[in-house]
Design a protein around this ligand. Structure first.
Ligand code: ATP
Ligand code: ZN
Length: 283
């Protein structure tokens, strides 16, 4: 049985559960309990505070965990980062009062910076050779300058609206973060196999999200052209249409190249282009 720790409630909870669902793992019990067992995969789910997850994974109470990279780096335990999950994106930034004329990190010298991320901040300041005072607080960091507790803050930002309403501005991004899958370094042989199975599924879900299935009609004289535009997984599937001289072409397109590919297809006389989402993709 593989044991996974996920956030009990908060910003990562829903996406963590959604990911497990998309991997075909059914969880009938909610997060009311401390732990539950999946119905159709040998997986036990622990619901914990995100800050505790690295320690639990390190101790082997949980084998793997889903946590923000920011928490993983702050706690600095000897555990592995196995997979970047692409949700819970945010940045850890230093922010200063709007009126502060900030130019470079050296402007932070001598200031008092409030943060819940003292380890990451300390490392950053050391690297920048800036001598500032770190004031650790556990929550509501953004109000610290307003109440005279600190001159600046180092906190998580996504849209920046919280900073704005607290009369602060982002001065320096010190970490770009997203949710990651982390694992204990001494998994049993059995659990290593289970983790590989889970990773195959996660990868299939993530790859599918980055790709689209495309179906189109094209005149046969353009097929060579279209095959070079749409390489597909091996090569596109080409089947003749009832209309003489025409074929149906099916392939897979990466989200990043999508519009460029569509333009080229149009230039190659492709018609009736259909684009469909892919649920799972195993390459
Ligand atoms: P817990 O009760 O588990 O300790 P928390 O209050 O520490 O929860 P949340 O605010 O739920 O944590 O954030 C969890 C994670 O979500 C963060 O560590 C970070 O990786 C990610 N995240 C994404 N966007 C943001 C944001 N705008 N502010 C804070 N965290 C964010
Ligand atoms: Zn937390």
């Amino acid at each position: 049985m593989l044991k996974i720790a996920i956030q009990k409630s908060g910003r990562l909870f829903e996406d963590s559960i959604k990911l497990l669902k998309e991997c075909g793992i059914e969880i009938s019990n909610g997060n009311k309990q401390l732990k539950t067992v999946a119905d159709n995969f040998p997986l036990e789910i622990y619901f914990l505070r995100d800050d505790d997850i690295p320690q639990y994974v390190y101790d082997g109470v949980a084998d793997i965990g889903i946590v923000g990279e920011n928490v993983l780096l702050e706690k600095n335990k000897d555990i592995s980062l196995v997979y970047r999950l692409g949700f819970g994106k945010c940045r850890l930034s230093i922010a200063v009062p709007k009126s502060f004329k900030y130019k470079a990190s050296t402007d932070l010298s001598g200031l008092k910076i409030a943060t819940s991320y003292p380890a990451i901040l300390k490392k950053y300041l050391k690297k920048q050779k800036v001598d500032a005072e770190i004031h650790e607080i556990s929550g509501s960091v953004e109000i610290a300058p307003g109440i005279g507790l600190a001159d600046a803050i180092c906190d998580l930002v996504s849209s920046g609206s919280t900073l704005f309403t607290n009369n602060l501005k982002e001065a320096e991004v010190i970490l770009k973060s997203e949710a990651v899958l982390t694992a204990n370094k001494n998994l049993s042989a059995e659990n290593k196999v289970l983790l590989e199975k889970l990773l195959l599924r996660i990868n299939a879900v993530k790859t599918a999200k980055n790709n689209k299935y495309i179906i189109l009609n094209a005149p046969n004289r353009q097929l060579k052209n279209i095959e070079s535009i749409l390489p597909g997984m091996k090569s596109p599937t080409v089947t003749p249409l009832a209309t003489e001289g025409w074929s149906s072409v099916q392939s897979v397109v990466n989200e990043n190249d999508f519009w460029e590919v569509i333009e080229k297809l149009k230039q190659s006389e492709a018609e009736g282009i259909l684009v469909l989402p892919i649920e799972k993709m195993i390459v």
